[in-house]
Design a protein around this ligand. Structure first.
Ligand SMILES: [Zn+2]
Length: 382
C-alpha cells in the first residue's frame, strides 16, 4: 500500500468548465488554489486507495470518470482525471511548487531531516518501510550540498546568534560562543586538533577586541603550554577543570607514589576555584545526538551538525524547572553510575524548544523562492 503526503495548503483544483457553476456537488465551485506557506500548514498521510477514491466521480456531470497518476517524484504526486461522458478533464497535484518546479514537500522534508539532526538514510529507510512515498537519499544530499543550501542557512543562522552572544556577553551566559571544526589533515596529528581549534577561537575573540580574563580547560598539555606562552603574558589566567583532575587522580590513586607526583601537585594548584567545564561537557554530549560517532559525515555535513547542536544548546541551556498544574516544581529520582546504586533527586527541566528549527524551515522556503537555481530538480515538471 502506498501512502502520499498531503499538505493541507496544497489543494489545487483547475480547469472547471463552468465558471459560474453553483452545484452543491461540484468540487470546482470555489476554484480553490490555496498556496499558503506550507510550513504554516498541516500535512496529512493519505493511503493511495482513499486518495484515488476522490476522483471516481466527475465533478461536472457526476458520472463515473477515469483517473490515473501522471507523475510522481519523491513526495510529489500529479493525478489526471478524465470524464468520458462530458469530456471534462483536470490535473490535480498534492502540493504547491516552489518557484515553478520544486515540490515544496521534497525540499522541506530534506530541511526537516537536517535541522532536527536526524540521519537521512535511516529516516528515509523508516519512511520507505512504512510505505510513504518520499525523496531518495541522493536528493537529500543534493539539497544539503547545493547553494543556497541547508548548510548555508544553518551557518547564517549561527552567525546571527554568534554576533548577538558576543554583544551581550556577561560574566556567565552559558552559551556556546564559537564552534571550530578541525580536520586531522590540517595538523600534524589528531592530538593537535584541540590546540588548533582553541587558537582559531581565541583569534576570533581577539579580532572582536575581546580579552580572555580566565580560561578553564582539561589537562591537555599542548594547550597548557600554548596558553602559558601566548595568553598568560596578556593577563589570561588558566585553570583546570576539577572533574578532569579528579578522574585522573582516581585512576592513579592505586599507585603508591601518586601523591608525590610533581605534575599532579602542580595541576591541583591550578584547579579552577569557581566555574567548571560541565556545560561544555553537556554540549559535547549533545553533539552525539546531532552527529553520532558511528556515522561518517562530509566536512560540511559535520560542520552544519556541530552548529545545529550549538543552536539547540543556546536555545535550551537556561530552561526553567517544569511545574505541575498547581505551580509546584517537578523533580525526578535518578540512579547515576557514580553513586553506585544510590539515588539522587533532580529537577525536571521544561521541554526543549525547537523554535530555531522552525525558523530554519521558513528560511529554507523563502531562500529557495528567491534563489532557486542551485536546488532545482533535474527533471522538468509542470
Ligand atoms: Zn463529466
Amino acid at each position: 500500500m502506498k501512502m502520499m503526503i498531503m499538505p493541507l495548503s496544497s489543494v489545487t483544483y483547475r480547469g472547471c468548465p463552468k465558471s459560474r457553476c453553483m452545484r452543491r456537488t461540484c468540487l470546482m465551485r470555489s476554484h480553490l488554489t490555496r498556496v499558503t506557506p506550507i510550513t504554516m500548514a498541516l500535512t496529512f498521510i493519505v493511503c493511495q486507495e482513499e486518495l484515488m477514491g476522490l476522483f471516481v466521480i466527475c465533478p461536472a456531470c457526476c458520472e463515473r470518470s477515469d483517473s490515473s497518476i501522471m507523475q510522481q517524484e519523491g513526495t510529489f504526486l500529479k493525478i489526471k482525471q478524465v470524464c468520458a461522458s462530458c469530456g471534462y478533464h483536470r490535473f490535480w497535484q498534492n502540493q504547491p511548487m516552489l518557484h515553478r518546479n520544486m515540490p515544496t514537500c521534497n525540499l522541506l522534508l530534506s530541511g526537516a531531516i537536517h535541522f532536527t539532526g536526524c540521519l537521512a538514510t535511516q529516516t528515509l529507510r523508516m519512511l520507505t518501510l512504512f510505505g510513504l512515498q518520499c525523496i531518495s537519499a541522493s536528493s537529500y544530499f543534493r539539497h544539503q550540498r547545493a547553494t543556497p543550501s541547508l548548510v548555508a542557512l544553518v551557518r547564517f543562522s549561527w552567525a546571527l546568534l554568534e554576533v548577538w552572544i558576543l554583544l551581550s556577553i556577561e560574566d556567565r551566559v552559558n552559551k556556546v560562543v564559537d564552534v571550530q571544526l578541525v580536520q586531522s589533515s590540517e595538523v600534524p596529528n589528531s592530538s593537535w586538533c584541540e590546540l588548533e581549534g582553541l587558537k582559531r577561537s581565541v583569534g576570533l575573540l581577539r579580532g572582536k577586541d575581546l580579552h580572555l580574563a580566565t580560561l578553564i580547560t582539561d589537562r591537555h598539555r599542548q594547550v597548557a603550554k600554548w596558553l602559558r606562552e601566548e595568553l598568560s603574558p596578556e593577563g589570561t589566567r588558566h585553570y583546570f577543570d576539577v572533574w578532569h583532575i579528579a578522574k585522573s587522580s582516581l585512576a592513579a590513586v592505586k599507585l603508591e607514589n601518586i601523591i608525590t607526583r610533581t605534575a599532579l601537585l602542580k595541576d591541583v594548584r591550578q584547579l579552577s576555584p569557581q566555574h567548571q567545564t560541565f556545560s561544555l561537557e553537556a554540549y559535547h554530549s549533545l553533539i552525539l545526538h546531532f552527529a553520532p560517532k558511528h556515522t561518517g559525515f562530509s566536512y560540511v555535513g559535520m560542520y552544519s551538525r556541530l552548529l545545529l547542536a550549538a543552536l539547540h544548546y543556546n536555545h535550551n541551556a537556561n530552561r526553567e524547572t517544569a511545574r505541575k498544574s498547581d505551580g509546584t516544581e517537578k523533580y525526578c529520582v535518578r540512579y547515576p553510575g557514580f553513586r553506585k546504586g544510590a539515588h539522587v533527586v533532580r529537577p525536571i527541566q521544561e521541554a526543549a524548544s525547537y523554535g530555531y528549527a522552525t525558523s530554519l524551515m521558513k528560511a529554507l522556503q523563502e531562500s529557495y523562492t528567491h534563489s532557486p537555481a542551485a536546488l532545482r530538480e533535474t527533471s522538468p515538471m509542470i
